[in-house]
Every structure is written in C-alpha cells, then in structure tokens.
Design a protein. Structure first.
Length: 167
C-alpha cells in the first residue's frame, strides 16, 4: 500500500523530468572568446568596490615576489589584470607617508603600449584619466576625491574593469 502511494506521488515529477530531458538547445555558432573574455573572472562584487583579496597572488602574478606572496590585491572583472595594492587602503590624502602605489600585472604579456586608466567617481560627474607609461607595471594612482571609483583599464589589445575605494 505504501509503495503504491509513493509511486502515485512521484509520477508527476517523473513525467516532468522526462519532458525536460527531451528539451535541447538549438545549435548556434558562437564565435570563440577573445583572450580577455576567456580569462577567468575575478571574485564577485558586493556593492561598490571590487573585493580586495589578502591571500596569495595568483601564480601568474608572482614574478618578483618571494614566499607565498600574500599582499592586498584586486582582480579585474575579466581576470585579465590584477592591481597589487602596496598603499592599501587607498586614500585621497595620505598623512602616513605611504603613497597609493599600485603594481598592475597583466595575465598575458602585453604588446608595448601604455596602460590607460579612465576613472569615474560613482554617483557624480567627476572623471579623470591616468596613464602608466609602457603598459601594466608600477604606478602611483592618486584620485581627487574619496569614494568608489569605477576604473576602465585599457592596454594594447585588452580591456578590463574594477572598482577601487579611496578614503
């Protein structure tokens, strides 16, 4: 008796699953992703600001570092670039003598050309542009106002985005 009641309860679910199994996606030609699109994305954001990671740097970003390379860093949304934050937390006015030093590390070796950073302050019309000569590498990135800055980073054949919070 119990077995027949269980079968009666499971029958509708079995029918739905059988119907779904017959559904398939249509074949559509999808172009291969560009190198930036194929890169693993950075951690998901929650609100303003890309997550500042404090664990070890990814293997591809460790050149010049020793040990487990634990230092604050932010991954681009597409995973194509990483900013190592030597001046964490970043600040508009630094009284501690530390600069807003950011080491930009591209996941793939870029062609020679500048890294252009277009920065826009969230909720305002304030925008600035910074340039790192020669492409991703060491820089001092000072921004004029505190808040959440949306960065678009462009270097030869690549673009990525991230948010940085300045105090």
């Amino acid at each position: 008796m119990r077995l027949s009641m269980l079968s009666a309860r499971l029958a509708p679910a079995t029918i739905v699953l059988a119907m779904l199994a017959g559904c398939t996606a249509t074949d559509t030609a999808v172009p291969p992703p560009s190198p930036d699109q194929a890169a693993a994305p950075g951690p998901a954001r929650s609100g303003c600001g890309s997550p500042v990671e404090t664990g070890p740097l990814p293997e591809w970003a460790r050149a010049g570092f020793t040990g487990d390379a634990r230092i604050p860093h932010v991954m681009g949304d597409r995973g194509a670039i990483l900013g190592v934050l030597f001046g964490h937390p970043l600040a508009v006015s630094r009284l501690d003598g530390i600069s807003n030093k950011v080491l930009w590390v591209a996941k793939t070796t870029p062609q020679y050309g500048d890294l252009v950073i277009d920065a826009k302050l969230a909720g305002s019309t304030v925008s600035v542009q910074r340039r790192v000569l020669g492409g991703p590498g060491p820089s001092i990135i000072d921004l004029p106002e505190p808040g959440c800055w949306h960065l678009t980073l462009t270097w030869p054949d690549h673009t990525d985005n991230m948010d940085l919070i300045y105090r």
